[in-house]
Design a protein around this ligand. Structure first.
Ligand SMILES: *Cc1c(COP(=O)(O)O)cnc(C)c1O
Length: 355
């Protein structure tokens, strides 16, 4: 008789929530599709694919494009079907069940999800009440737990704050565990804070990047792991052989042919984010709707408020979706008119809610 393992029997697939909102500021996507000339180039290149052939298992052209754009060695780059797949691959292969994974809470939920799926022990080190990270505390916790893996996002989703490179370096050099730094949003902060230039001198470091945020390619599923040659060899050995289909490889390769567009577009999103942050801070001065509008290194702005549930509900009634974290709200930057409508809606809501 076949008996399904208990840890699998209790699982349920995530329920996709259809988002029909007119203004969608909940998923940290780029608010702009690719320009028409890039879509035309992609169509031309996809038209040239030999669809009957298997893909390149190592996505060489795509990794080369990524490496040139970010100034890293292509021999240190592995492509994944979104950075999500790379997190899954790292968790499943670098740790055994029962081993320890350190996360810094709150952080991106997928680290803990894959850790639990692989029956690892999660050690959650809390952030300070203001969401900053006490790195000494993280180092002490990792040492005490004899951690096998430490995984965190920098700059952080969902807190919108960045951890200084000097702290990330100190952590990497103070522990015996693998350190995975997820830099999905580093494009919006400062490439000088990236750890990608440290992988060759640190054999326990993997940096993750993605095409889903600043580069505007969430639909296509492309992420990258950057690490030294040994870790890169391991990642290439354990990943599913054909994890990147030829269509995605081709689209990603086309994208990196336009580095000037990508940089200008990223700058534009940063400027839009700063305008959104200023608008929210001004609204808050008038209404006191929030306790605080946080600094942001990402493509979203975080506001702390005790009224998060009520505010999100009232925004949804106006067909505006944001991400509700109950003690705070995460608002992805949208187009200028979307950000303006959001600010107008929040001003109305401030009048409706008894503060
Ligand atoms: C959005 C996001 C990613 C990107 O995931 P993909 O699978 O590459 O789309 C990775 N890490 C964090 C922290 C994110 O917020």
């Amino acid at each position: 008789m076949y008996v399904l393992k208990e840890r699998l029997a209790k699982l349920n697939p995530p329920v996709p929530v259809p988002n029909h909102c007119r203004i969608r500021l909940d998923a940290n996507e780029s608010y702009k599709n690719l320009p028409d000339y890039m879509i035309e180039e992609i169509q031309r290149m996809v038209g040239g694919i030999e669809f009957n052939r298997y893909p390149d298992p190592f996505s060489a052209d795509l990794c080369k494009g990524f490496a040139e754009y970010y100034g890293v060695d292509p021999n240190c780059v592995v492509a994944g079907n979104g950075s999500d797949e790379l997190i899954s691959i790292i968790n499943a292969n670098f740790l055994d069940p029962g081993e320890k994974m350190v996360v810094i809470a709150p952080d991106f939920a997928m680290y803990q999800f894959y850790g639990e799926l692989n029956e690892q022990d999660i050690v959650a080190v809390p952030k300070n009440p203001d969401f900053t990270v006490d790195m000494d505390r993280v180092i002490a916790a990792a040492r005490e737990a004899n951690a096998n893996l430490i995984c965190f996002s920098n700059p952080c989703n969902p807190t919108s704050l960045g951890i200084d490179k000097s702290d990330v370096l100190r952590l990497t050099e103070s522990v015996d565990s693998l350190v995975v730094v997820d830099e999905a949003y580093m494009d919006f902060w400062d490439e000088g804070q990236s750890m990608m230039d440290q992988v060759k001198s640190h054999n326990n470091l993997i940096v993750l990047r993605t095409c889903s945020k600043a580069l505007g390619l969430a639909a296509v599923r492309i992420g990258f792991a950057v690490a030294d040659e040994t870790l890169t060899r391991v990642l290439k050995s354990v990943k599913p052989a054909f994890n990147m289909n030829t269509v995605a490889q081709t689209i990603g390769t086309a994208l990196f042919k336009y580095p000037d567009h990508l940089r200008a577009n990223t700058m534009e999103i940063i400027e839009e984010r700063d305008r959104l942050k200023k608008a929210l801070a001004e609204l808050n001065e008038k209404t006191g709707l929030f306790e605080e509008v946080l600094d942001s290194k990402n493509n979203f702005v975080v506001v702390r408020t005790l009224q998060a549930d009520a505010i999100c509900e009232k925004l949804r009634e106006r067909s505006i979706s944001v991400s509700n974290h109950h003690s705070f709200i995460r608002i992805t930057v949208g187009r200028d008119w979307e950000n303006r409508e959001l600010a107008e809606a929040l001003a109305e809501i401030a009048n409706e809610i008894k503060l």
